[in-house]
Design a protein around this ligand. Sequence first.
Ligand SMILES: O=C(O)CCC(=O)C(=O)O
Ligand SMILES: [Fe+2]
Length: 356
Amino acid sequence: MANTASIPVIDISESQGDQARIAKELVDAAAEYGFVYIRNTGEDISLAQVEHAFSTAKVLFQSPLEDKQRCKIEENNQGWSGMHTETLDPKTQRVGDFKEGFNFGAFTNGKATQPIPKSIEPCEVDLAAFSESCHELCRKLLLLFGIGLGVEPSDFFNKAHSPDEPSGSILRFLYYPPPSTTPLAEEADVRAGAHSDYGSVTLLFRLKGQAGLEILTPSNRWAPVPVCPPGTEKDPSPPILVNIGDLLSYWTNGLLRSTVHRVSFASSGTGQDPNVAGVADGESTTDPRYSIAYFCHPANDTPLTAVPSERVHKFQGGLATANAGNPYAERKVLTADEHLKMRLQASYLQMYGNDE
Ligand SMILES: O=C(O)CCC(=O)C(=O)O
Ligand SMILES: [Fe+2]
C-alpha cells in the first residue's frame, strides 16, 4: 500500500453553514498542502456536466489527426497539443510529456473563440456552460480564501477574477495514452513533468481508478493523490481536487503553498525509493487516463503584490522557505500575463524556438 497524501476533504455546500469555519479550513489546507479536495455534491457543478465533459474529451482525442492539427496550440495557449509537445519539467525530462491536451480559452455567447474539432461542435454550448461553472466555483473558493485570510476587502481575489476581463484562464482536457502504446517510455519518463500550476487556483476532475497524480511532500518524497480519498468512496462522483497555483502563492507571500506535482506511470512502489510513489488501492496506470483541469487566472493586468491582509503581512515564512523545491514560486514579474508568458516559454520549447 502506497503512502498516499493526506489532503483534507472539505464540503463547501451552503447546507454546511458557517462560512467562517469553512474558510479557515480551506486556508489551513492550502497553507499546509497546497491542495484540498472539495466534496462534489453537484451544487456548483452538476455531476451530469462533469460526465458530459469527460465524454466530450474522449470524442475530441479520438478525432482524426488532421482535425486536431487544424486546431494546433498557439502562443495564446489555446488549442491542441500532441504527444511530447509540452515539457513541464524541462530541466529533468528526457522527452516531453506523454500526453495530449486541448486548451479552451474564452467562450462568447456559448461559442468558442478559437478553432475546435468538428467532432465536438455539437457540444460547444455545454462546454461553454461547464467552463463558466468552473470559473464561478473558483471565484467562490477565492472569496472563501479572502475571508479565511482576513483580506480587506474579503472579495479582493474574487474581484480580480471577473469573468468579463481578458485573462489566461483555460479549460483543459488531458489524455494520457496507456503505457502499452508508448513503448518509448523509460523508467525516468513521466506522463506530465514535475511542475507547479501557473494560475491562482486549479480545479482538477479525475476518473475513478485512474492513478498517476503525485505531489512532492515537504519531506521531498512523491506521494500519490487518490482519486477517491477515504470518506468519499460512496459519493456519487469523486471530489474536485483544488490546487493552489503560483499566483495565489505570490499574492500571499508564500502563506498559501503552490505545491509541485506530476503525473507518473507509477507502478507499485516499495516505499524505499523516494522517486517511486506507488499507487493508491484500487487504482492503476495501465489504462488510458483522462483528466480535466480548469486553470483560473486573474485579469491580465493584475499586479502580483502582496494582498492587504494582516496575516499575510505578518507571515514570516516567505516565498523562499514556504515553497522550497519549487523554483518558479519566486516573484520575478509584475503582472499576471507577464508571469504566464514566462512559464509557457519554458514548457513549449519548440513553439517558442527554445528547443536545443
Ligand atoms: O492530469 C492530472 O491529473 C494533472 C495535470 C496537471 O497537473 C496539469 O495539467 O497542470
Ligand atoms: Fe498541474
